[in-house]
Design a protein around this ligand. Structure first.
Ligand code: ACK
Length: 282
């Protein structure tokens, strides 16, 4: 198994190879499943870590992409990759453990949601900062392409947000093959397989904004299917405007989910506007 994958990863000078024997799994209960792989809590070199194991042969490609892209990035709002086991006995990546779990869990399942919501605007700002960093990478912008609350992790009692799951990240337009469960956040041009760029992440960010402020799941009507959602977004449907939403937030949200990518702001502009909003609003 290792021989098929190693040649791709050998070019990854920044990814330390981790010895699988050094990882102690003490909880057989998985934290959950990402867009690929199953995530477990473990200890590695006296640190609590999250280990994403690939479980199926067809997950190797996403594994390679995630290791390749995560090893290039270094930002406070992006999860830190410690290294990867590429030689077996199991392939996995070892990353920092985020004790707060995902923003999705907090928004939709946490009994302490009210306490957490003090951080709502800060989460959106931090997410924008992480994405801005990706879009400003050289020589080419890195597109995350699967931004959604399940891929935003919380640390430091929910104050600090980190983007994870880079299994579909790319620095160029490639076919999106691994987007299960992401229809609600996907920009229409990605679904339509048209030419797309960084603005697809700006679109996803606007849906996250709506989800955080309403604490509701987008397009969550009974019987809604991924294909049905993709089609109606392609036809121009969006989540309903938020009652009593401050106009500065509403206008940003609506600009970011514009049907035409060229009419959406860049992530750098979103960062500037969110910085202003965070300083004005409580
Ligand atoms: O929503 P969760 O609690 O947070 O369940 C999902 C699951 O694994 C699949 O992604 C959790 N998860 C992913 N990466 C990490 C991490 N680095 N630290 C803690 N939990 C993680 C995620």
């Amino acid at each position: 198994m290792a021989s098929a994958i190693s040649p791709n990863l050998e070019n990854q000078q920044f990814t330390p190879e981790i010895d699988y024997e050094e990882i102690q799994f003490f909880n057989s209960q998985a934290l959950g499943e990402g867009s690929f792989g199953v995530v477990f809590q473990a200890v590695w070199r006296n640190k609590l870590v999250a280990v994403k194991n690939i479980t199926r042969e067809n997950e190797k490609q996403a594994f390679i992409v995630e290791v390749r892209q995560l090893s290039r990035v270094n930002h406070p709002n992006i999860v830190t990759l410690y290294g990867a086991c590429t030689k077996g006995p199991k392939m996995c990546l070892v990353m920092e453990y985020a004790e707060g779990g995902s923003l999705f869990n907090v928004l939709h399942y946490s009994p302490r949601l009210k306490y957490y919501m003090n951080h709502a605007l800060s989460w959106l700002y931090q997410c924008a900062l992480g994405v801005e960093y990706l879009h400003n990478m050289k020589p080419k912008p890195l597109l995350h392409r699967d931004l959604k609350p399940p891929n935003l992790l919380l640390v430091d009692k929910g104050k600090h947000l980190k983007i994870c799951d880079f299994g579909t990240a790319a620095d160029q337009k490639t076919e999106m093959t691994n987007n299960k469960g992401s229809a609600a956040w996907m920009a229409p041009e990605v679904f339509a397989s048209k030419k797309y760029n960084e603005k697809c992440d700006v679109f996803s960010w606007s849906i996250i904004l709506w989800e955080v402020l309403t604490r509701s799941r987008p397009y969550n009507s009974p019987g809604a299917t991924s294909l049905g959602i993709l089609w109606s977004v392609h036809q121009g449907k969006r989540p309903p405007l938020i009652k009593d939403c401050p106009p500065c937030i509403e206008s940003l949200m609506v600009r970011c989910w514009h049907q035409l990518p060229e009419n959406r702001p860049s992530m750098s502009e979103v960062v500037i506007i969110m910085n202003d909003i965070c300083s004005i609003l409580p």
